[in-house]
Ligand binder design. Structure first.
Ligand SMILES: [Zn+2]
Length: 295
């Protein structure tokens, strides 16, 4: 039997899974990242997860995939944009492979999400899947016939940093009015804080919106408008067979009515056939997608 090991490197936890030869999860384990303890400790924690999983399958033959926010820079080879910040600008894939003593395939978390949903979740049976993560930030991944499309520069699917308003809020990436500044949890929270001088989390703002609070209504009206504009742009270019929504904001019910209505308004077509649906794997998509990367 050949196993697939997946490791999801997060800011607070490192999760591992083993899939059997039917690609079904048989063992899962998680360890804390404890990033406050520094670089060497995090590498040690990753190795601990891997060693634990390896012991469970008695060192049988296996592939290893890893998912993490951010990516290895093609220019410098170092990890960038990870929320395990002390790895940024320091960790290379080569060092990680040396530490674990195995070959690795590594992808960002949005690509892992898209792959897992395409193969085992809501996108199953569709040829071309666009997976969207709307959480603290806003990411995306493209899977065609069960394979991740990474693109020449490994940025395929990064719709979160399309600028849709050059006069819009400044994004951490240096551009103004990126999709992420409007339709991510972090973006909405920041705009709300600027409008009323008080910090509230996204779910509170959503509750206020549902209660008719004028600031929240104003903000989320444009949230749905920009959701439509941004996804319509994606559909115009890619025209995927399905769009699967993931991340914390995928639970916002209004996205599947009002949000879809807004996409329909902006898409370059006289109808909108594209199913825009909620993910099926929830939080497990990241680690499953990592395992499904294989080597
Ligand atoms: Zn940006």
């Amino acid at each position: 039997m050949s196993y697939r090991i997946g490791i999801d490197l997060g800011g607070t936890k490192i999760e591992g899974v083993i899939l059997d030869d039917q690609s079904q999860p048989i063992i899962r384990e998680r360890f804390p990242t404890e990033q406050e303890k520094g670089y060497d400790h995090i590498l040690h924690q990753i190795k601990k997860v891997y060693d634990y999983l390896l012991k469970q399958i008695k060192q049988a033959s296996h592939t290893v995939g890893m998912g993490t926010p951010g990516a290895f820079s093609q220019k410098t080879k170092f990890l960038k944009n990870s929320n395990t910040v002390c790895l940024n600008g320091r960790l290379t894939q080569q060092e990680l492979e040396k530490k674990l003593g195995c070959r690795l395939r590594i992808e960002n978390d949005a690509n892992c999400f898209a792959l897992a949903e395409a193969l085992q979740g809501a996108g199953r049976g569709y040829h071309l899947v666009f997976g969207v993560i709307m959480g603290t930030g806003c990411g995306g991944g493209i899977v065609h016939e069960g394979k991740i499309i990474t693109g020449l520069q490994h940025i395929a699917g990064e719709w979160g940093h399309m600028s849709i308003n050059p006069q819009g809020p400044l994004c951490y990436c240096g551009q103004k009015g990126c999709v992420e500044t409007y339709i991510s949890g972090g973006g909405v929270e920041k705009q709300f804080a600027q409008a009323v001088g008080q910090k509230k989390d996204f779910n509170t703002i959503l509750r206020l919106f549902r209660q008719g609070d004028p600031t929240a209504v104003n903000l989320l009206d444009s949230f749905f408008e920009y959701f439509g504009r941004a996804l319509a742009n994606v559909i115009n270019v890619l025209d995927p067979d399905v769009i699967v929504l993931g991340g914390g904001l995928s639970h916002v019910d209004e996205l599947y009515q009002r949000g879809i209505g807004s996409v329909k308004k902006f898409v370059f077509n006289d109808e909108l056939k594209t199913p825009i649906i909620k993910n099926r794997l929830g939080d497990s998509a990241g680690v499953l997608g990592a395992a499904l990367l294989g080597v």
